[in-house]
Ligand binder design. Sequence first.
Ligand code: CP
Length: 335
Amino acid sequence: MKADMFTQEELRNLPRKGTPQPADHTQHAFYGRDILSVDQFNREDLTYIFRVAEEMRAMVKRFGSVDLLQGKVLANLFYEPSTRTSASFMAAMQRLGGQVIPINNVQYSSVAKGESLPDTVRTLEQYADVIVLRHPEVGAAAVAARYARKPIINAGDGIGEHPTQALLDLFTIYDELGTIDGLKIAMVGDLKYGRTVHSLTKLLLLYRVEFYFVSPPILRMPETILQRVRATDQPYTETDNIHDIIREVDVLYVTRVQKERFEDLSEYEAVKDYYVVDTELMRQAKERMIVMHPFPRVGEISYAVDSDPRAAYFRQIENGMYIRMALLAAVLGKA
Ligand code: CP
């Protein structure tokens, strides 16, 4: 699907979709636009989305839900398993007063009869105002966006990108530590196949941070991402030893080794338990730092760490709903 992917320049200038609206200062730049990659965002966009997310959080705490997107419909189309992304988009739409068409089991849809992705999205857009898509192939969201007249939001395309996860991750860092510039950020685990760390690294390049990429040698950060880091002159260190960096970092972003991405399962077996963040390791970490994880976890953070106030991963999960509320409102012209 790579041939259909957009260049960085095209991503920054994606056309608006849907019925043209009169110019309105309340309409965000993302009104009617696909959300495909973090390359679409600049710092101003992020400041705006974070401010709306904070408003969404205040609104949820106070009222539970509002009718901002009443009459709007989201099609939630997932070709890969998901708990958080799928459920948080559904919750986001429902708390804004909209409706959801959930297609989480494509094996029970006409995809099982061989229906193509372009036909599936062109069908769903007859019923919905926006489509959230997760797909196992890199570039699938870009393909869908080329065909659909309604906005597509990329909820993860294979080992490619997971832009809404990167937004909620960055929002969580800002929310927890009050800044992004100047932080020392370690990404740990499966940096080769982990789309969340690819998207988050690219987004962090809009700020001034120091990176530590911590992985087994066979799961190093891809060279394409390292080239982007080098191009901005931001310092980075690669290591396979978490003990080398634990005392330094402000953010420890841990990821799962993704069994489903390995062709050779013996390679997975060799690295699956490479890192375990436990209370012993946390004793070496700074007093003011946070541990994050996109989840699901399968053993790389022990349950004993959950009660440590520095464990931010469940707050990170909650933030996902506020960020997705902000994005849906922005894309549908109601932010
Ligand atoms: N973080 C994340 O994408 O989780 P799910 O796979 O459960 O959606």
